[in-house]
Design a protein around this ligand. Structure first.
Ligand code: G4P
Length: 283
């Protein structure tokens, strides 16, 4: 399966991030818990070197919990602080303040030795499009926070959200584009909806998803759509079309509609909690 990706304003976004990163102590990087490695941009390790690092396995509600735990272990071993979160429902958000303090304890200690007390930790949220950055910032900041900067009488500059006396968050998240010279990575990003469907053939993508499901989650599609197990992906897609009454004029099966339905069910968690990559497959 071949497709191309046009990164648009990538250079500008990267430059903005390079500038913003100078201002902060902590990088809060969101990844998609279903594909924690494929949803990262490797540039972030270079950009964020010398900063405290926190990885959030976001959309943890959509991924299998045993794999969420395995991925937490994986990132911890690499020296990151890690929390699994569901930004949409607020799961895991409460623990973040404590984890931020822990992740930044060296900086807090350095400040203390220099006689600087109570300087808040400054953090920036980064991640690929659609990973949940805005949802997370809203969940973390809630309603009680105040914005600083860019107000009349306040020094012109960045907008910071003061979460409490200990933490300030840059209010614009850093957008990183995923990298996928590897077609497999591209495919997984397309499954979760990070690459627009127009770039890809919906039916072709749905068939790839069927192959993945048959291999890693046998029985799930059969049960959900009340169809028989079928090794041929197109035959299975046709059966889904039949079972869900996706029909064109003249009662011909509408496999395009069935493909869109399948992808939508997968993306919104209606096929259950599913993880698409596993720590043992990456080094
Ligand atoms: P971005 O700023 O990184 O681009 O992402 P954004 O917050 O806009 O979130 C993208 C989509 O992901 C939104 O869905 C959002 O609701 C959903 N989302 C974010 N965090 C979570 C999570 O932890 N769990 C789940 N299940 N979904 C999450 P949407 O369909 O675009 O909008 P909506 O229909 O939810 O309003």
């Amino acid at each position: 399966m071949h497709f191309q990706w046009y990164p648009g304003h990538m250079t500008k976004a990267k430059r903005m991030m390079q500038e913003n990163i100078k201002l902060i102590d902590l990088v809060i990087e969101l990844v998609d818990a279903r594909i924690p490695v494929s949803s990262r941009n490797p540039d972030i390790d270079e950009l964020g070197k010398n900063k405290a690092r926190l990885i959030l396995l976001n959309k943890a509600d959509l991924a299998e919990d045993r794999w969420n735990d395995a991925w937490m272990e994986y990132f911890r071993e690499k020296g990151f602080s890690v929390v699994k979160v569901n930004s949409k429902k607020g799961g895991g958000i409460k623990s973040i303040q404590g984890v931020i303090q822990e992740a930044c304890k060296e900086k807090i200690e350095r400040d203390r030795k220099r006689g600087i007390l109570n300087r808040p930790v400054r953090a920036m949220v980064v991640g690929i499009p659609n990973v949940g950055k805005s949802t997370f910032i809203n969940a973390l900041a809630g309603k009680s926070c105040t914005k600083t900067g860019n107000k009349p009488g306040v020094t012109k500059g960045k907008q910071w959200i003061r979460l409490n006396k200990n933490v300030e968050l840059l209010d614009t998240p850093g957008i990183l584009w995923p990298k996928f010279e590897d077609q497999n990575v591209g495919l997984k990003l397309a499954f979760i909806g990070s690459i627009k469907d127009e770039i890809l053939q919906t039916e072709e993508l749905a068939m790839e998803l069927i192959k993945f499901m048959n291999q890693h989650y046998p029985g799930v599609l059969e049960e959900k759509y009340e169809v028989k197990a079928e090794p041929d992906a197109y035959a299975m897609l046709s059966m889904i079309a039949e079972s869900r009454h996706c029909l064109l004029k003249g009662n011909e099966l509408d496999t395009g509609k069935a493909a869109a339905l399948l992808l939508d069910d997968f993306r919104s968690g209606r096929l259950g909690r599913l993880t698409l990559e596993y720590p043992q497959d990456v080094c």
